[in-house]
Design a protein around this ligand. Structure first.
Ligand code: PAF
Length: 281
């Protein structure tokens, strides 16, 4: 496995892979890899001949007071996991390599970035789309893999790729979950034992919503109220948002008709956790 720290060395490796007619699969990450990332790598390996993982804690997607400084950076462990997973190349640049002369050029997707996480994390998606556009320009992948856990991110990136005619396909893979249903996340490390136990209620509330939709409830206010009741049993869980929106446009809807995204963000002690499911009526 090659480890590249510079843009020029990635471009050289990708050029060589293209010359050998390899399909390039790309998994962008911020490191602290877990089984969720491994499932993206596995999907990329199934579809593609040459798999690239980027490990870069992107400063421009963190707001003031967020966890940029303390975000885990276990690079050696991450490299080891990539090696074992059969990754061909890891791109692990320093911030100065990615943002050489600061940054005055941004990629912004409108509308889709306003609701849900966009409301409480102003500038977050601008940082994500800008770094992904840069990474796509550097790596030149045929396919790029994102997790359903970050549903809004995946939808925003897919739209950026479509609107800017970027020549790649975005593949969205299912959320990896712990045995009790908690979505696997690098930020789960911030939870103490009690908070970790309570965190499973997030998925339980989503599953309750799924069961109610399957039983015929489509009124989103009624569904949200039941979810809030489940989460209300855990005083340590502070709900940031709990929304049921159209799965494509992310617009609010009073009644589910078609595919809807049930998404929530909550604070549990030092951790901000997000999760979602898709339901259909
Ligand atoms: O999902 C993430 O880990 C990040 O937002 C991404 C896509 C790697 C961009 O920094």
């Amino acid at each position: 496995m090659q480890v590249a720290e510079t843009i020029s060395s990635v471009r050289k490796a990708v050029k060589a892979a293209h010359r050998r007619s390899k399909t390039i699969g790309f998994v962008p990450t911020m490191g602290a890899l877990h089984v969720g990332h491994l499932s993206l790598i596995e999907a990329a390996k199934k579809d593609c001949d040459y798999v690239i993982v980027s490990i870069f804690v992107n400063p421009t997607q963190f707001g003031p007071g967020e966890d940029f400084q303390k975000y885990p950076r276990p690079l050696e462990k991450d490299l080891d996991m990539c090696r074992k997973a059969g990754v061909d190349l890891v791109f692990a640049p320093a911030p100065a390599e990615m943002y050489k002369s600061g940054n005055i050029t941004w990629v912004t997707v409108e509308k889709l970035t306003d609701p849900l996480c966009g409301r409480s994390r102003p500038g977050h998606f601008r940082g994500v789309t800008t770094v992904c556009a840069k990474l796509f320009n550097i790596v030149g992948p045929d396919l790029a893999y994102f997790g359903q856990k970050d549903a809004q991110q995946a939808i925003v990136i897919r739209r950026m790729v479509e609107d800017l005619n970027m020549p790649l396909q975005i593949v969205i893979c299912p959320t990896a979950r712990e045995p009790d249903g908690l979505a696997v996340s690098s930020r789960n490390k911030y939870l103490n034992a009690d908070q970790r136990k309570d965190a499973a209620a997030l998925y339980r509330s989503l599953e309750k919503c799924r069961r109610m939709v399957e039983a015929g409830t489509t009124d989103t206010a009624a569904l949200a109220a039941e979810m809030r009741k489940t989460l209300g049993e855990f005083p340590a869980i502070e709900i940031e948002y709990l929304s049921i929106v159209d799965a494509e446009t992310l617009e609010d809807t009073d009644r589910i008709a078609g595919r809807a995204l049930v998404a929530l963000a909550a604070r549990l002690g030092p951790a901000r956790l997000i999760d979602n499911i898709i339901v259909e009526a």
